[in-house]
Design a protein around this ligand. Structure first.
Ligand code: AMP
Length: 545
């Protein structure tokens, strides 16, 4: 082989912020402070400055060594951003923890990752008080505030602003192997213990570069990006890194994810691009309609983490003139896999036809290789209808779980089994039809629980719908549909059944419809199917087909 003669410079996370500070130093970062909900503003240059102070704190008095895990339990703020860069930049691993998990689970994670220090927002002090004693590896608990907002606590807590104020503003970011670990994020763990995805500098930088592309997030220097997706959920989908590459303005909404709070930040900071899960947009939509307010600065909205409901897409596009974009991915994929943008050939098709494409999970991004296989591992055609188990590979896809669990998630020939079921079309658009473990197998055919749920929430009185497969003597499994009705409504079984019958094949119709006051939801707002199965484990269908 004739070797190329180009420099083999490592891809380093610290180089992203150094680039932003040097070339886009005056571009702003706005951050809502969790301690008082005020909006604070500074620049990429100041962020870099403070990330260097943090790196000095970590390597000096905090005795953090390369590879040590430094955990955060924090909202999207400028201080969290400094941790993203300061921790990884000095060679540490930033372990972002989801505060919505139960305290026991958080303690379990901090012990599993052997986190050395924990940085947390004031609002999460009760969690720290509940877990501090059982976190045996943690040396320092640091609250992300100033002295004035230091909480009263039994745990020995130090104050971020005081700690970094004493540190030098000069820090020489080291170069090291680009494959070194940079970040750690655990899956939500709706079944079994959570599993850790350990990102590297290389995977993170490549992923961030991919995010910037026009057909992906289209991040440029003129962008004003607001990740509403939390920084504890798969690196806020890479936006904090992509923004540094492009020199975009970042807007970090802190603890206020409600419609009014988001609208205020969008207006004040003139946000152009926002990203988050569908529930957040449902909240914003309701607020905008009630208050008759506008979001005219916004050009594009990225929805991911769960399917984009067609009604939400149409509402935002028609009423507010923003372009809706759907993305699909997961913790194990950094997270980006597919993202929805139309192709030139779609310019002339009707809006209704375009909507059909936009509610697919998105088009494959360069860097992610994908296939769909049947139960025997045979690769299915990319015909847009043969649904199978989705498998992926690529430079920002997990290779093995942190501390070696979940090895059956990889195929013998080196692909990661996503656990999603779907099909791919000849243009690379992927459609998710289910989670592998949620698909309802009726008489050898697959019924998509997701589609059943999506149709059911179209019923005017249904707030949330969850479909599960229950054992059936003849068909192996049949669907049970569980409904949480909208407040002050009580839809009948018959009306729901009739609504579904008009829209779905007969053999997909649920054999049972039940109602719950409150749908069991996990820490990331998704329906906890495991809990639903547990609740209905003794259920029998009234009439056997
Ligand atoms: P997480 O690792 O918590 O981000 O969850 C990843 C899972 O969320 C995926 O495997 C999918 O099952 C689901 N998911 C993510 N994005 C979408 C989407 N656009 N449509 C449907 N499901 C999605």
């Amino acid at each position: 082989m004739l070797k190329g003669q180009m420099m083999n410079r490592p891809l380093m996370i610290a180089d992203l912020i150094r680039h932003a500070a040097q070339n886009h130093g005056s571009r702003a970062i706005a951050s809502r402070l969790p301690e008082n909900h005020q909006i604070f503003s500074y620049t990429w240059a100041q962020c870099h400055d403070r990330a260097q102070q943090l790196a000095n704190l970590l390597t000096g008095p905090f005795k953090t060594r390369p590879g040590d895990r430094v955990a955060t339990i924090a909202w999207n703020t400028h201080r969290h951003l400094e941790l993203y860069y300061g921790v990884s930049g000095m060679g540490g691993v930033i372990h972002t923890v989801n505060p919505r998990l139960a305290p026991d689970q958080i303690a379990w994670m901090l012990n599993h990752s052997r986190a050395k220090h924990v940085f947390f927002d004031v609002t999460f002090t009760p969690i720290i008080e509940a877990i501090a004693k059982s976190c045996k590896y943690v040396k320092k608990w640091v609250v992300l505030s100033d002295e004035a907002h230091k909480p009263e606590a039994k745990t020995k807590i130090e104050v971020y602003e005081t700690l970094i104020a004493n540190q030098s503003h000069e820090y020489d970011w080291p170069d090291f192997d680009e494959n070194a670990a940079s970040g750690l994020c655990y899956t939500s763990g709706t079944t079994g213990d959570p599993k850790g995805a350990l990102y590297s500098h290389r995977s993170t930088v490549l992923h961030a570069m991919a995010c910037c592309a026009t057909d992906v997030m289209g991040v440029g220097a003129d962008g004003v990006l607001m990740p509403v997706v939390p920084m504890f959920h798969v690196n806020a989908w890479g936006i904090p890194y992509a923004a540094a590459i492009a020199g975009a303005k970042l807007v970090l909404p802190g603890a206020r994810m409600d419609g009014a709070g988001l609208h205020e930040m969008i207006e004040q900071e003139q946000v152009t691009y926002v990203a988050g899960v569908p529930t957040v947009w449902l909240g914003l939509l309701q607020y905008l309609r009630e208050s008759e307010k506008r979001i005219d600065s916004i050009k594009r909205v990225l929805i991911g983490g769960a399917a984009l409901p067609e009604a939400l897409l149409r509402a935002f596009e028609a009423e507010f003139g923003v372009e809706m974009q759907q993305g699909w991915g997961m913790t194990e994929m950094s997270p980006l896999g597919t993202i929805g943008t139309l192709l030139p050939k779609h310019a002339d098709i009707s809006y209704d036809e375009q909507v059909k494409i936009k509610i697919k999970q998105g088009r494959l991004v360069y860097g992610v290789d994908m296939r769909s296989v049947d139960d025997d591992g045979q690769v299915l055609p990319r015909d847009g209808q043969s649904a199978g188990h989705i498998q992926v590979r690529g430079p920002w896809i997990i290779d093995s779980y942190y501390r070696g669990v979940g090895e059956d998630s990889f195929s013998d020939d080196g692909w990661f089994k996503t656990g999603d079921v779907g099909h791919i079309d000849p243009d690379g658009y992927m459609t998710i039809t289910d989670r592998s473990k949620d698909v309802i197998k009726s008489g050898g055919e697959w019924i998509s629980s997701i589609e059943l749920e999506n149709v059911a929430i179209g019923h005017p009185d249904v707030a949330i719908a969850g479909a599960i497969g229950l054992p059936h003597p003849k068909w192996q499994e049949r669907p049970l549909l569980v409904i949480q009705a909208k407040p002050n409504t009580s839809p009948s079984r018959d009306s729901i059944h009739a609504f579904l019958a008009e829209r779905l094949p007969k053999w997909w119709l649920p054999d049972g419809i039940e109602f719950v006051e409150q749908m069991p939801l996990g820490a990331t707002g998704k329906i906890l199917k495991s809990k639903l199965r547990e609740m209905f484990k003794d259920y029998t269908f009234a009439v056997e087909a």
